[in-house]
Design a protein around this ligand. Sequence first.
Ligand code: KIV
Ligand code: ZN
Length: 497
Amino acid sequence: MSDRLYIFDTTLRDGEQVPGCQLNTVEKIEVAKSLEDLGVDVIEAGFPVSSPGDFNSVVEISKAVTWPTICALTRAVEGDIRVAADALKYAKRKRIHTGIGTSDPHIRYKFNSNREEILERAVAAVSYAKKFVEDVQFYAEDAGRTDNEYLARVIEAVIKAGATVVNIPDTTGYCLPEEFKAKIEYLVEHVDGIHKATIATHCHNDLGMATANTVSGILGGARQAEVTINGIGERAGNTSLEEVVMTFRSHKELGIETNINATRITSVSRMVSSLMNMPVQPNKAIVGRNAFAHSSGIHQDGVLKNRESYEIIDPKDVGIDENSIVLTARSGRAALKHRLHVLGVDLDKEALDKAYESFLRLADKKKEINDDDVLMIAGQHRANHRIKLDFLQVTSGVGIHSVASVGLDIAGEKFEACASGNGPVDAAISAIKIIIRRTMLVKEFLIQAINKGSNDVGKVHMTVEHDGQCYYGFSANTDIIAASAEAFIDAINKFVR
Ligand code: KIV
Ligand code: ZN
């Protein structure tokens, strides 16, 4: 007999807190629907009190999603809880996730309080949330560094107050797997009424042990794993959904099952990476580009003789379609639409038409268009920018000074400027600055190739500081100078209205 493990996805809350990963409501709905197709049990849709945008996203996701529970985060504060309950009003299944820091550093430095007062606040928050919803999850923030005896008292008290799920986060990613398992076992043994609630793990990856700690916590008795797609999240990230799910699928002897349709893992991973402009490291377990690539001769020979000699997972089980169609300039609009649909992206007619034009332009420059290219093209047609790059001409080379002339279209009006610089990107950015006339500083600038080959598309990530605030910009183009100028303009569009 297998035990059911509930998958709680927090890509849209903990994952989305990462600078540069912010999504608009339409994009969040797209991710939420893919998570529903993937089979997650709970979607943490946001922290409604934190901003009107987050509130609205929780409302819209609640309307769009059918069967997973929609969860909203709060602090142990009545105002937060009221706002969360309001944001969840359309959810078919709803959960409020409230909590407070329980470790000594949190109690002393964050709250300037003491253990008894924190325990009372925890109970009061759960009792208050119960007035609005039946399903209340409590988090003991920094439980990883909380004294077990005190943690057990808090957990027992919140279960008495009606908590249905008790979340034991390793907020700072500090625990060792043995230690985290022992913590969960301690709660199972010492908390009266523990069987009335589900124990959840929520591990961060600061020491690279998020998945190991989550798996250990589950072996210790937890039955909900809090995860994100691709492991994105604060600092070094959260536990990754794909790693936990595939660990239990690969180790059937552990007797743990989830509701996840693993064949959808690859497409959801790519979609999240593309929407959040967050590249997946090539050697990332399960979803990295090299996760199933065998480069050494000995390995290739072994895999050809029998896949199981070096592979513990059949790539098809996670949705890697080795025969995936590569699109070319001869592929029609229907082929592009179908490929996007397979990748979890459905565009309306207007966006599809524009995407198809970009597709043809790219196919002209780069013979074969793969899934990453297709997702990048789809992403470009979601943004509706007021300032657009109209033209760009640059000189660059060895022994000459770079000069750029730039044309911008600002809400239909045309502007032009010329500037020189110590290289083509510097020249193009200086010319854009002449037109925009604001103080702007490029703080971060990263160029990456998507695949291989000199005809590849370059992705540019940029952070631009303006008025003491940082704004993130992104673009992708086979011309990396144009991609850099577009990423700069993408960031500017976020503060010039
Ligand atoms: O890491 C953490 O402790 C959290 C809580 C808010 C659940 O994200
Ligand atoms: Zn977290």
